[in-house]
Design a protein around this ligand. Structure first.
Ligand code: FAD
Length: 454
């Protein structure tokens, strides 16, 4: 379906705002679905550079703040049918021997505490559920369409934008959303990831009692070591398993991915728990991913153009929140645009431009603090995960091991165990908050402008 019909996006769409989204990742697809589910729906075109969306990737978590968005879109059951399921415990282990430092219950407790489940799924399966729903809901997904720029119309205050594609096509839009995962120059974090999945049979072939136990448990296991850590958990009803190895980045500056060697990958974890070394030996490729994070950008929005997800706040994946923040962004942008459309956009293009600009300023206000807190939190998690053996590590392990006695309700020096921090990250209903803040903004704008700008 490469480039199918890209020249005439309005033909099959409604009379409302035309939203053009660059990038069919988690954030872009969520935004498209939420725009289409609005009443009345917004017209949506998604432009994706890949010629085909393949079910590639490894495991990904949907923490409760992400499942809350998926529940809101009515997609939770579909994600479960696609293999998403609830893990029981989040286990931190000693790097050298795999001994358990602490096991945090996440199954039923998370649902009770934060109102939503914590699911784990294959990234490809997650993206396929979103893609299917985006298409079903009436969004136009145009593949093989790399966005190379945006041009404001000569009369910039009209707000009308033209999206430029590498293949020479030009797409008109009222609103452009950059969900391409890479709109800004990010900061290198000093870490890289190797990630891969393998089958149950591969693991069973070791005939090792500890590996068999890991296979049967429904847990996330994280081995914490000096300057590195490893994450392991089951996928697809325990028929597959996911391994992520995080260690020092040795890629040249600016290189985002590269093939490494299996020997070099294993050498980074030499002397670690023998069980982990066996699991590492299952990996057949050693693709390195440079991990990036976000240096505060002054603005994510310019007129009727906004960024979401990794394009605006790339993060170390150490809180499992990158995609979760992207889907929160997407759903909130859709909520605000739908509110604006429903509230009655003015017919003059100048006023429309002003309305869209102030709505996107509200979006930025709603999202910036939360995503910055997440990016900073992931950096602190890195420090806590990667402590070298010594006094601080002994203190960390002692404080963590005492957490179960407080029933996970107390403060902790480390985000991972800090109840108020976890509550604000996982339990806060961003959609409800955005709805309220939009109503206040809308009412205030109406009052101060007497309806002229809104
Ligand atoms: C090792 C690792 C583990 C992770 N684990 C988790 C986890 O457990 N939980 C979690 O929530 N997050 C996790 N993340 C983070 C998560 O994968 C990202 O944060 C998330 O995918 C960002 O979503 P997005 O929609 O912003 O961008 P993406 O999902 O990257 O999508 C961007 C899309 O834009 C397309 N594109 C790029 N350029 C263009 C262009 N010029 N024109 C058109 N299309 C374009 C791309 O092809 C892609 O389809 C992890 C990341 C890593 C590296």
């Amino acid at each position: 379906m490469a480039g199918e019909g890209a020249e005439s996006p309005h033909q099959q769409q409604s009379d409302g705002l035309h939203v053009v989204i660059a990038g069919a990742g988690m954030g872009g697809l969520t935004c498209a679905i939420a725009c289409r589910q609005a009443n009345p729906p917004l017209a949506v075109t998604i432009l994706e550079s890949a010629p085909e969306i393949m079910p590639i990737g490894a495991g990904i978590h949907l923490p409760p703040n992400a499942t809350r968005v998926m529940s809101h879109l009515g997609l939770l059951d579909r994600l479960k049918e696609a293999g998403g399921y609830s893990l029981q415990n989040f286990v931190l282990r000693r790097w050298a021997n795999g001994d358990v430092i602490v096991a945090k219950p996440i199954g039923d407790r998370v649902k009770k505490e934060y109102g939503e489940e914590w699911l784990t799924i294959h990234r490809g399966d997650y993206q396929m559920v979103l893609l299917k729903e985006a298409r079903r809901s009436g969004a136009r997904v145009v593949l093989d369409s790399q966005v190379i720029g945006i041009e404001a119309c000569p009369n910039e205050s009209s707000g009308q934008q033209t999206v430029l594609l590498k293949n020479g096509q030009r797409i008109g839009a009222d609103v452009v959303i950059g969900a391409d995962g890479r709109s800004m120059p990010p900061v290198e974090t000093g870490d890289l990831a190797y990630r891969g999945t393998f089958t149950r049979e591969q693991l069973q072939s070791f005939k090792n009692a500890r590996i068999d136990k890991l296979i049967e448990e429904s847990n996330i296991s994280v081995w914490l070591g000096p300057g590195a850590h490893a994450v392991f958990y089951p996928l697809r009803n325990k028929t597959e398993f996911n391994l992520v190895l995080l260690c020092a980045d040795d890629l040249p500056e600016g290189v985002r991915t590269s093939n490494g060697s299996l020997e070099e990958m294993a050498a980074n974890f030499e002397g670690w728990d023998p069980v982990l070394s066996m699991i590492i030996s299952c990996l057949k490729t050693a693709l390195k991913w440079k991990l990036l994070h976000f240096k505060e950008l002054d603005k994510w929005t310019k007129g009727p153009v906004a960024l979401l997800g990794d394009a605006s706040h790339p993060t170390l994946p150490y809180q499992g929140q990158g995609a979760a923040m992207a889907v929160e962004d997407g759903a909130i942008l859709a909520l605000l645009l739908a509110g604006l459309q429903k509230g009655g956009l003015t017919s003059t293009s100048e006023d429309k431009h002003a309305q869209l600009t102030s709505t996107f300023q509200l979006y930025e206000k709603l999202r910036k603090k939360r995503t910055e807190t997440n990016v900073a939190g992931a950096v602190r998690t890195r420090q806590f995960y990667h402590l070298h053996d010594g006094e601080e590590q002994v203190d960390r392990d002692r404080e963590l091991s005492e957490l179960p006695s407080s029933k996970w309700q107390s403060g902790c020096k480390w985000n991972w165990g800090d109840a108020p921090y976890q509550k604000s990250l996982l339990g806060f209903d961003v959609l409800d908050d955005a709805e309220n803040r939009f109503q206040e903004f809308f009412n205030e704008s109406k009052r101060t402008t007497n309806g002229a700008a809104l």
